[in-house]
Design a protein around this ligand. Structure first.
Ligand code: 4AD
Ligand code: MG
Length: 458
């Protein structure tokens, strides 16, 4: 259907005075004595385009004014009567592409985000989701630009795997058998299954990412990861998008530098390319958001050891729901206190106790901690999990044995330490948590088209 994107109408002054065809959905409409007004949105722009109808030119305007209906409008682009620096359309011919009945659930009043979650197929038509999805798209493009410009190779790691990267046992099993009485033991069952062994959806592309990095030097993966965590929180989804670079010849400080540069590049890109969306988030979702993000990109992130953070939390006098002592896994309340109160900016927390972290992390000379870091940001908490990898064969084997892991199942991973091992590091950035941070949206369910969470799939 030949038509012009609404974005073009707003951004290209050449259209002024010209006759154009635009398409879109009616977001709001208003009827007065001689005139009627429609706010049309086609998804190419956050802003709606005003369509002005001189009722003398139409026998009946009412079919055009129904919320949610889709229209094709032919008319002339003119200066906006109310907004300086903007344009509107004087309509000549309007056709209804798809009408919409009055029980359309998105009526004019503002709906709560909770209510909108009950209709993921329609909430995309609200300003909030229009802005979220556009920012999400720009963030995704920025991720690729950042790595491609630095000659990282984009690799596609498998989503179906036989190994558990995080060793947390939070994996969705992949099976073609399902319920059956036929098998007496788990071994029998898996032997009869599609792959002849137990398979699951990957929680991370890291293990295969390391394989690729040991040839390509600098790689990244960017795809879905799956976690069967029964965490019903505003920060957990069962299916999330995961950005995972892996870098050969990089030690912890090198990878921290890349992580900080990436976060800043993403923020700068969004501020530059999504001004309308960011203004909306700043006004409606988190007051002061733009100023906060501008400050984030113009200052260094903090770096603090886990040990210091624990001491500072203990000395804070704050009464936390979960007590803090050296060796404990930090909870969201602790992470947020560190980022929001102690550092008041993003902070790389480093050198965690080895017992609470994954088997693959480089063991520090102190024998107690690993060269790992989480990036904690105000408002969200952890958005990046990062570490230098254990490159020493014996130390890696010892860590795996201590955890009772099957060395056979990780043979490829172990072999990397046998054949030309090098210091290397990588991290995982949760895309949805990054979107939460840049938009100020407080619930992860509201930054993804279809959230999958424990007990809920629609
Ligand atoms: O800290 P995590 O578990 O680290 C890893 O998976 C490493 N293998 C990554 C690597 O080094 N290549 O997860 C990394 C990030 C978290 O910081 C968080 O942002 C996101 O992935 N994440 C989730 N996001 C939403 N819902 C969940 N259930 C998430 N689990 C992890
Ligand atoms: Mg983590």
């Amino acid at each position: 259907m030949k038509h012009t994107d609404i974005f073009e109408i707003f951004s290209n002054p050449e259209f002024k005075g010209a006759e154009v065809t635009v398409c879109g959905w009616v977001r709001t409409s208003r009827d007065s004595k001689n005139m009627a007004f429609i706010e049309l949105n086609d998804g190419t722009s956050f802003r709606h385009l005003q369509i002005v109808l001189d009722k003398a030119n139409f026998s009946d305007v009412s079919p055009f004014l129904k919320l949610g209906s889709s229209l094709k409008v032919v008319g002339t682009v003119v200066d906006s009567a109310v907004a300086a620096d903007s344009v509107e359309i004087n309509a000549k011919v309007i056709s209804v592409l798809g009408s919409c009945p009055p029980d359309y659930p998105l009526q004019k009043k503002r709906h709560t985000l909770e209510y909108l979650r009950t209709m993921p197929h329609l909430r995309v038509r609200t300003n909030t989701f229009n802005a979220v999805l556009r920012v999400r798209s720009v963030v995704s493009a920025a991720v690729h630009e950042f790595f491609q410009a630095r000659r990282f190779v984009y690799v596609h790691t498998p989503l179906i795997t036989a190994s558990d990267c995080e060793g947390a046992g939070e994996m969705f099993q992949v099976t073609t058998i399902g319920y059956s009485n036929e098998y007496q033991t788990a071994e029998d069952y898996y032997a009869g299954d599609f792959f002849g062994k137990r398979a699951a959806l990957s929680v991370s592309g890291q293990l295969e990412g390391e394989v690729a990095a040991m040839a390509m030097g600098k790689i990244y993966t960017f795809g879905p990861s799956f976690r069967a965590e029964k965490s019903n929180t505003p920060r957990h989804v069962a299916e999330f998008w995961h950005v995972e670079p892996e870098v050969a010849f990089a030690e912890l400080p090198d990878i921290i530098e890349i992580a900080e540069d990436l976060i800043k590049y993403i923020i700068r890109t969004v501020l530059e390319r999504c001004p309308d969306e960011m203004k909306f988030f700043d006004e409606r979702v988190e007051k002061g958001l733009i100023e906060k993000l501008q400050s984030v990109v113009s200052h260094d992130f903090a770096v603090m050891t886990y040990t210091e953070a624990v001491e500072r939390l203990q000395a804070s006098g704050e009464s936390f729901q979960y007590p803090v002592e050296w060796g404990c896994d930090l909870m969201t309340e602790h992470e947020r206190y560190i980022a929001e109160v102690i550092c008041q900016k993003p902070v790389f927390l480093t050198d965690y106790p080895k017992e609470i972290k994954s088997f693959y992390m480089k063991q520090n000379p102190d024998g107690k901690t690993v060269a790992a870091t989480d990036l904690l940001v105000p408002g969200v908490g952890e958005i990046i999990g990062c570490s230098e990898r254990e490159a020493d064969l014996d130390k890696l084997l010892a860590a795996m044995k201590k955890r009772g892991m099957s060395l056979d199942e990780y043979e490829h991973y172990i072999a990397l330490r046998r054949f030309g091992t090098v210091p290397h590091s990588g991290f995982g950035l949760g895309l949805e948590r990054m979107i939460m941070y840049v938009t100020g949206m407080a619930n992860i369910r509201d930054v993804i088209l279809y959230p999958r969470t424990v007990g809920s799939i629609s």
